[in-house]
Design a protein around this ligand. Structure first.
Ligand code: BG6
Length: 285
């Protein structure tokens, strides 16, 4: 039955459960965090760690964390990946269209670190046979506002060893494992045999995740995004993360869409920046 139900989720945090004719999904108000999406007849699309914490003030490990207003950990910033993934958001609107697509719109309450009401942040997610997420920043102030953003999506996959990520050949990336040096992707498909942590820049193109173990292809299409980050922690980093299982690196990959590093956005007074990501999947068998 199509609709949205309010529930108490893990750690007592409020969540919305969304059901459409094609899919089921969950979104927590904590971080406006989509933790679950499953198209009928397919395994879940999003990875969520069994070890994730569900507490105010700490991010959920998996799903789609919203990274804003900075990515990574610049020396002059407190903490990693901004702070909105740790804030409690407010549900603004739920819509169901005649054709059965359910949309939720969440808003970040006025935040002193975002010049109170001057910078507003909203997040709209449409659920159907795929998922479309739009992260919207509005600059209502009289000065320009510079930021990075990223929808840090964790995908559930069958086996990292046979996974291929396609669509980034020829693109320049900053290699976080090598002092953020600039390199060029030469491979037709990225394969994984160790930790990968790369910010591909100046790439508005779609990326495909070919999951041969699950006989599924996942498509990541985007607008308003010039960067794609690809990350898998592999063995040592997995063990070092308290909120991530030691073996879970085999069942996930992050393909993140946003605007990071040299693609950071400077929003003019009165400007609106929209980052839109459409996730879809298809069996290949
Ligand atoms: C990725 C970064 O986007 O996020 C990695 O490129 C980082 O360097 C990863 O380890 C996870 O970050 P966090 O803050 O959620 O542990």
């Amino acid at each position: 039955m199509t609709g949205v139900t309010f529930l108490t989720g893990s750690g007592g945090l409020p969540k919305l459960e969304i059901t459409t004719a094609w899919s089921t999904a969950e979104i927590y108000l904590h971080g406006a965090h989509v933790t679950y999406f499953q198209k009928r007849g397919e395994p879940p699309l999003l990875f969520l760690s069994d070890q994730s914490r569900f507490e105010s003030g700490v991010p959920i490990r998996g799903g789609i964390p919203i990274i804003f207003p900075w990515f990574g950990k610049p020396a002059d910033k407190p903490g990693q990946h901004g702070f909105v993934r740790n804030r409690s958001w407010t549900l603004k609107e739920i819509k169901t269209t005649d054709d059965g697509i359910v949309t939720t719109r969440l808003i970040l309450p006025p935040d002193p670190e975002l010049r109170a009401d001057d910078i507003t942040v909203e997040y709209e997610v449409a659920f159907s046979d795929g998922l479309s997420a739009e992260f919207i920043v509005t600059n209502k102030s009289a000065q320009a506002y510079a930021f990075e953003n990223c929808l840090h999506t964790y995908f559930a996959i069958g086996d990292i060893h046979s996974l291929r990520v396609v669509g980034l050949q020829g693109v320049t990336y900053l290699d976080a494992l090598d002092g953020h040096q600039r390199k060029t992707e030469t491979a037709e498909a990225i394969r994984f045999a160790g930790e990968v942590d790369r910010a591909y820049v100046n790439t508005p193109h779609r990326v495909e995740i070919h999951d041969t173990a699950r006989q599924r292809v996942i498509r990541v299409e985007k607008t308003g995004s010039a960067s794609t980050v690809v990350w898998n922690p592999w063995i040592a980093k997995a063990k070092a993360m308290a909120d991530f299982g030691n073996e879970e690196y085999q069942r996930m990959v992050c393909v993140e869409s946003g605007n990071v590093a040299e693609n950071q956005i400077t929003l003019a007074p009165g400007g609106i920046a929209s980052l839109k990501v459409k996730l879809s999947s298809e069996a290949t068998a």
